[in-house]
Each structure stands twice: as C-alpha cells, then as structure tokens.
Design a protein around this ligand. Structure first.
Ligand SMILES: Nc1ncnc2c1ncn2[C@@H]1O[C@H](COP(=O)(O)OP(=O)(O)O)[C@@H](O)[C@H]1O
Ligand SMILES: [Mg+2]
Length: 391
C-alpha cells in the first residue's frame, strides 16, 4: 500500500513512515509534502491508496484546498489528523469524502486500526478480524489453563475457527502439554526476539499444532529471557495474529506482568476463572479491582465458574454480587475425564466426547461464537466523542 503524507511536522512524518513500514504488508511513503498546495502542484503519479493529511494547521478557510485535493485523488482514501476544536473543518472534510479522522498526537493503536480499515476497503487484505479472549486464573489451580486449552481446541474443531493460543505464563508455562505431547521448538521469547520478521506464516511456523486450525505458542520458558520481552512486541504479535486467526486465546496465568498486562489491554473479553470457594472469591475480587482501576469496560470481564456444584453453599447469584461481575459460563466438576485428559495431554473432547465437561465446552463455544458482535463504531462516533476510547 502506498501513501502520500502531507505535514510540516518532520517528526510526525517520520513517525508515520516508521509505523507504516512495520506493517504487514508495509505502508510505503510514495511522497511527503509540507502542504496541500505542494500536493496539488506536484501530483504523485500512481494514485496513492492513502493520503494522510496533518490538518492541525489547516484553517476552515483552507477547506476548499482539501476539496480540490480530494477531487485530484479520487481513488485515494483520506486520513485527517486533527487537533481538538476543528469541528468546522471536520464537517467540510466529511463532505469532501474524508473517511478516517484521528486525533493528534497520534495513538498508534488507532492509527493501525484505521490502516486496517483502509487496507480492507482497498481490497488489499483477505484478512481476518480476530478476537482476543483472555483466560486468567483467580487462584492457582482454578482451571484457567485447562479451560483455555480445551476451549481453543473446541473452537477449532466444533466451530471450524482458526485459533491461536498464546501461553503468557512468565515461568513454568505448560499449556501445550495439556493437549499434546509435542515439545515446542519455538516460544514467545523467540517470536519477540525476531519481531521485525513476524507475519502470518512466521507466526504459524512457531506453533505447536494440535490440529491444522489450532496452534499453541508456548510460553517464554526462561524467566531471564522473559524479562527482555517488551510490551510493544505483544502489541505487534497480537496485531498480526488478529489478521490471521479468528480467535486468539490467551492463557494469562496468575501473575500479571508488563507483557501479560499489555495482552490484557488488547483483549476483547477477559474471563477470570474461579471455583466456588472463599479464597477464589477473595483473589477474584482483587483481580477485578485491578481491572476496574485500569479502566477496562466491566461488560468485557465475564466470570467462568469452574468445577461448579449446583448444591454448593455459595450460589451463583452470591458470586456475582460478591464480585460485581456477570457469570458467563459454568463448567461442571468432572474429575475423571479432566484428570485423564490433562495427564495424557489429550483434549477432553477427543478423549471423552460425551462427558459433562466436553458438553459444557461445546455450549461455551456456541455462546462465544453466537455472541460475536460486529464492529459497529461508525465514522461519526470516531469523529465526535469516542476518540478517547482509542487511547
Ligand atoms: N472442571 C474440572 N473438573 C475437574 N478437575 C478440573 C477441572 N478443571 C480443572 N481441573 C483440575 O484442576 C487442575 C488445575 O487446573 P489448571 O487449569 O492447571 O489451573 P490454573 O491454570 O488455573 O492454575 C488440573 O490439573 C485439572 O486436573
Ligand atoms: Mg495455569
């Protein structure tokens, strides 16, 4: 994809160029001009796919230049970068057919999301739009790894989805072993170490494949290694992963570090896993407090009650009240099937298809896939009022 960049701000120009170059496929700079007049006087030969215009110094009176520019590049998508209080210009821009508006300073996540939309509109990507679902254990042993791994397998085999599971345990990650006997040759640290190379095929080549549609990226096994991982690398991996998988399942483990935190920031839904006991509730509450203080939307955090016992002293309603979060799903206690599955490293659906826990996983797959909400945020939301949600 090629872009024409119009800005007087050389730093911003370099920032756009470097963010664009890091994309897959890359966004190349066809030309960079300081102002709209230059772009009109010295047109770029092949219509660029994208025109990025820094409008921070554009006055409403200059809007006719913008209209002329839009006519000049009829097949280009226009992206406007604006300051606050440029409403008048924005309305003129919308009339001129500008499709993307982003606030300055540039928020990289929002910039890449906009580029994804531009690429999709230009038919430049047969890309998926994967969802990131994070499973986190309220207390060690609650069952997050068992559920994340077996849910990933169920999504791939029952719903035919392409699924990637990332084991985010900083230490002693063992997700792959719950469902396979293969030893991972590559792990998260290796992928981060070669982050500039990461694209769909490279990511695929680093996985332990459980089925053709379901792969596991093993945890960075060496904690010393893990300390070198950078949160930005997590962003990059998830960005690529979203384009190549329908679902990215995260096994977050119990300890939140800088890497898993960044992964959680990216999650579309977080499923804290807990059992019906006071220690789980206590720790669950702490976890949910953290999520609240981080500003995560409460509706994106949904509980999974594992080893659920209908006759238990603590009812589901009590759990919901104590934790102030909704319960998305309950998994039955199925000691024999689960222990066999975990010990043999074979997914429970494969080992005990008719078991209560396998049926429960199938229900959960239906719940998640049926509730997939399409992206509904329109241009207007992004223009007015909702820009902060991108930050
Ligand atoms: N629904 C269940 N029924 C019976 N046993 C379970 C169930 N879920 C998990 N377990 C058992 O609990 C143990 C701990 O689960 P695990 O997924 O490793 O917990 P976590 O990742 O939250 O620390 C597993 O070894 C498994 O045997
Ligand atoms: Mg675990």
């Amino acid at each position: 994809m090629k872009a024409l960049i119009i800005t007087r701000d050389t730093q911003l120009q370099a920032e756009i160029a470097s963010q664009g170059a890091a994309r897959v496929p890359p966004l190349a700079v066809a030309a960079a001009y300081p102002g709209m007049r230059d772009a009109l006087e010295r047109p770029v030969p092949d219509n660029p796919h994208l025109v990025v215009l820094d409008a921070s110094e554009v006055e409403p009176a200059d809007a006719d230049l913008l209209e002329r520019l839009a006519k000049h590049y009829p097949r280009s998508c226009f992206m406007l970068l604006t300051r606050e209080n440029q409403q008048e210009l924005l309305i003129r821009a919308m009339r001129a057919g500008v499709r993307e508006v982003l606030p300055l300073p540039l928020v990289h996540k929002a910039f890449h999301e906009a580029l994804d939309r531009v690429a999709a509109a230009a038919g430049m990507s047969a890309m998926r739009d994967g969802k990131v679902l994070a499973f986190i254990s309220c207390k060690g042993g609650s069952g997050a790894t068992f559920i994340a791994t077996n849910f990933g397998y169920a999504l791939a085999t029952l719903a035919g989805k392409k699924v990637l599971l990332i084991d985010l345990h900083g230490q002693f990650g063992d997700a792959a072993l719950y469902i396979s006997d293969q030893k991972p040759t590559m792990n998260l640290a290796d992928v981060c170490g070669q982050i500039a190379r990461v694209d769909g095929p490279f990511l695929e080549s680093c996985l332990v494949h459980i089925t053709p549609g379901f792969g596991v990226l093993a945890a960075a096994d060496d904690p010393a290694h893990g300390a070198e991982l950078k949160p930005e690398q997590m962003d990059a991996i998830l960005r690529v992963a979203r384009h190549h998988y329908d679902y990215i399942v995260l096994d977050v483990g119990r300890h939140i570090d800088a890497i898993s935190l960044r992964a959680l920031d990216n999650a579309d839904a977080i499923y804290p896993v807990l059992q019906q006991g006071l220690p789980d509730i206590r720790d669950g509450r702490r976890l949910l407090d953290i999520f609240r203080s981080l500003g995560y939307p409460p509706e994106n955090t949904r509980l999974i009650v594992n080893r659920y016992d209908k006759g238990g002293k603590l009812r589901l309603q009590d759990l919901q009240t104590a934790l102030g979060a909704e319960i998305a799903h309950t998994m039955p206690n199925d000691y024999l099937s689960v222990t066999d599955s975990v010990n043999q490293g074979v997914p429970v659906m494969q080992l005990a298809r008719g078991s209560a826990v396998a049926r429960s996983l199938a229900d959960f797959v239906e719940l998640v896939t049926a509730h997939r909400v399409p992206e509904t945020r329109g241009l207007f939301d992004r223009l007015f009022g909702r820009a902060d949600a991108d930050a």
